[in-house]
Design a binder for this molecule. Sequence first.
Ligand SMILES: Nc1ncnc2c1ncn2[C@@H]1O[C@H](COP(=O)(O)OP(=O)(O)O)[C@@H](O)[C@H]1O
Ligand SMILES: [Mg+2]
Length: 251
Amino acid sequence: MKIIAVVSMKGGVGKTSVTANLAAVLAQDAEPDSIAVLNLDPQNSLHMHFGLGIALEEGVACQTDVEGDWGELAFPTPYNVINLPYGEVSEKQRKAFEACLSAHPDWIEKRILQLGLPEEGILLIDTPPGPSLYLRQALACADLVIMVALADASSYATIPAMESWLSNMETHTTLDNCVLVLNQLEPDNKLNRDIAAALANSYGERMIPFGIPRDDEVSLAFAFQQPLSHYSPDNQVLEIFQQIADWLPLD
Ligand SMILES: Nc1ncnc2c1ncn2[C@@H]1O[C@H](COP(=O)(O)OP(=O)(O)O)[C@@H](O)[C@H]1O
Ligand SMILES: [Mg+2]
């Protein structure tokens, strides 16, 4: 099984949308029960991309038993993507969960391995923006890190800080297994094009050579609680997600 952490320095860049839509595209060609998503972001919205709805309260943050596992927290969906939501938790529960993460650096990895996903399985982890206990846990087990950014001045300015966090978090992650993907690209915007070109130049082979365009249907699919692949199967952004899926260095 391969684990992909999806990270960013800033919020609102599309981490959760990329996690959900990439997982759904990977799941189209995958064996049943081999693609999963884990939400480590207390915003707890990833599962809504798969129609699991806001009423779902259970999630990994509800489970603070050191001997516990996630067997009952792995929700199947009609999209062939198993969902492990963060959970709808009180402040007290969140603090208890974070205390577990702080005390056990392998808390997440251990439970992922207990899930018993197949050898060819892929699990994508959505994380909150910036450095956190959640990011550290995700990096501790990730085979590949996808950093999501916009081609705007603000993302451009914060990417070096994120790279510094990624390489200094005392996990096995190195920048060699961190790749960058640009989201919400606007081909008609010159600054956006120029920043994308500058990033491609400095990231070289670590930049995923397929940028994701800004497209209202990405937002609409979320509003209708479906992955883009089901909400709008002919949308051209799906080809980009497929190219990204094929490009990912997972072997
Ligand atoms: N490629 C895209 N085109 C249009 N809207 C997008 C795209 N990617 C993300 N969005 C929208 O941007 C907003 C933030 O995305 P989200 O995935 O929640 O970001 P993050 O997880 O980084 O905070 C959401 O409203 C989402 O629907
Ligand atoms: Mg998010």
